[in-house]
Design a protein around this ligand. Sequence first.
Ligand SMILES: Nc1ncnc2c1ncn2[C@@H]1O[C@H](COP(=O)(O)OP(=O)(O)OP(=O)(O)O)[C@@H](O)[C@H]1O
Length: 385
Amino acid sequence: MAEIEIRALRKTFDGAEVLKGVDLTIQDGEFISLVGPSGCGKSTLLRVIAGLEPQSSGEVRIDGVSADGIRPSARNLAMVFQSYALYPHLSVFDNIAVPLRMKRLSALERTPFLGRLMPGRRRAERVIRDDVERVAEQLEISPLLKRKPGQLSGGQRQRVAVGRAIVRQPRAFLFDEPLSNLDAKLRVHMRAEIAQLHRQLKTTFIYVTHDQAEAMTMSGRIAVMIGGELIQVGTPSAIYEEPCDIRVAEFVGTPKINAFPGRIRSDGRLEMLGHVLHVATPAPAGGCRVCVRPERIELGSHGPFSGTVVHLENLGSEAFVHIGGAGTDTPVVARVNDPSQLPAIGASAGYGFAPAAVRAFDADGKRIVTSIPSRVERPREVAVV
Ligand SMILES: Nc1ncnc2c1ncn2[C@@H]1O[C@H](COP(=O)(O)OP(=O)(O)OP(=O)(O)O)[C@@H](O)[C@H]1O
């Protein structure tokens, strides 16, 4: 088990800064996901923690000790890659046994013929066999131990890769997009397995993914990285409900949050698409973005906003209505819980939202504080819904 501290970490490749001063403390036993768009530096951060890549400046501390100068193998962190990185010519058993043989057998004991004659080899192999069988049982891959990776499905290969990581009993697991090669259904299944594994092992998990749904469903905390910086770290619900930056709001959530062009008036009220909202802010007057999640958009002929239905996404259990020509660059998306109630494409659609659904961001994309003023004070104010 390990607490991992990352302090002012910078990494430059050929003059391009990929990590721009990352600070993060990962608690012992925590499951944290690093999410962000492709190229934001997630894998680089993981590789620096693992010791596979040296940082340009800053520090990684593992259990209070600087990892500088400590070889990857001596850090005792297990990495699970997207590509599984299994040895194709070795059986599942031997793939899982590799790290144990590296640790417990000397170079001479590992040689194929001479090694067998060494006195300690047989005893060490018995212990290794027990460990591999225990892990195989835990991951329900015991019947596969004799097979080669080429004879396994993607999900089974992933389990073998996880088995090879677990068997070493590392201080922490570093996962680099481990489910990306699996089909959608299996990915959902494996998410549950990895979360269950974390509950069982109670070891620190650092999980890199560009799939925000994966991060939301598995981890205790999410760290959102954009352009080499950590923008926000928090629980999945805090990241989803209270994003501190419009880039976080737009990255997390499917479909994407609706962002309307807006304005902060000199009296502190927010205005959008010609309506004054029942939302106030102490932020200075100027341009802003008014954001509302699709599930908080309420369709109804009463408006006060309106447009034309341009697209429908019916997923069976829920549906999304895309409303174009509503004064926004891209169609406004509203979730409908009952797909039997969908409007027709081309129909006009009114919509609104409750003042509490508004998340507003200033011209620099930073979240601005908003409140809902008392209606008694401003009786003639235009309500949103
Ligand atoms: N060895 C390297 N040499 C030069 N540039 C690199 C190297 N490794 C990564 N980069 C660059 O650093 C940036 C961050 O890469 P990184 O792999 O960390 O991103 P990522 O967020 O993990 O992306 P993805 O989700 O696509 O895997 C990218 O622009 C990438 O091209």
